[in-house]
Design a protein around this ligand. Structure first.
Ligand code: DX5
Ligand code: ZN
Length: 221
């Protein structure tokens, strides 16, 4: 049974990033999620290569990089060199999805595709064999701390059926509004990997919150 809890540093305190990453490690985080936003694909700007390099120096945990940018291919080489382990691009920003997934794999990273809440699952149905990760957005991307969209659970369920149909071993990751109230339902629907920003970094005990989220999946099997 694989359950990955993946803190999103979008909600971390950047004045003490080293401590925040160390806390994630101590709490048993599986990967670190890095949200790259360009102010064009999404209405917010965050970080790029420099931050990926910095986080790479701070931890050995896999770096799960979520590119919310137009023309994501412009950044593949740079981010892979900076230390990314996974590169997830949005189907809405990637007309040549198949070529881009192959390129990400060539660079030694896990190739992922993210789908906005309004994008149908069929956007990836022709590229399942090239998928290493399918990211189902459970909020509209752009900001941390937004409210989970309940009907996205059904999309996770259908995503699991789609991957099963192809006997795909790709990861199903859910991102947005994952917290103690929502995680178990998304896990039961078939996701195995959970990004959480606000739920972890705003918790009274952020370290304990990572195990609390994991435990909610374990007990709801
Ligand atoms: C949203 C980002 C998320 C964000 C999640 O656009 O892709 O990764 O950090 O934050 P929470 O868990 O606070 O919804
Ligand atoms: Zn994200």
């Amino acid at each position: 049974m694989t359950i990955r809890i993946v803190p999103s540093i979008l909600s971390a305190d950047f004045a003490k990033l080293g401590d925040e990453i160390a806390m994630c490690e101590a709490g048993g985080a599986d990967w670190i999620h890095i949200d790259v936003m360009d102010g064009c694909f999404v209405p917010n700007l965050t970080f790029g290569r420099k931050v990926i390099e910095t986080v790479r120096r701070l931890t050995k945990l896999p770096l799960d990089v979520h590119l919310m940018v137009v023309q994501p291919e412009k950044y593949f080489d740079d981010f892979a060199t900076a230390g990314a382990n996974g590169l997830t691009i949005h189907a809405e920003a990637s007309p040549h999805l198949q070529r881009q997934l192959v390129r990400i794999r060539e660079l030694g990273c896990r190739p992922g595709v993210a789908l906005n809440p309004s994008t149908p699952l069929s956007a990836v149905s022709e590229v399942v064999p090239d998928l290493g990760l399918l990211l189902i957005m459970t909020v509209n991307p752009g900001f941390g701390g937004q409210e989970f969209i309940p009907y996205a659970v059904d999309k996770v369920r259908r995503a699991r059926l789609l991957l099963d149909e192809f006997q795909s071993a790709a990861v199903i990751e859910a991102d947005g509004g994952i917290n103690r109230e929502t995680i178990a339902e998304v896990w039961r629907a078939g996701a195995d990997t959970f990004v959480a920003g606000n739920a972890i970094f705003s918790a009274p005990d952020p370290r304990g919150e990572i195990s609390a989220l994991r435990e909610l999946c374990v007990v709801s099997v």
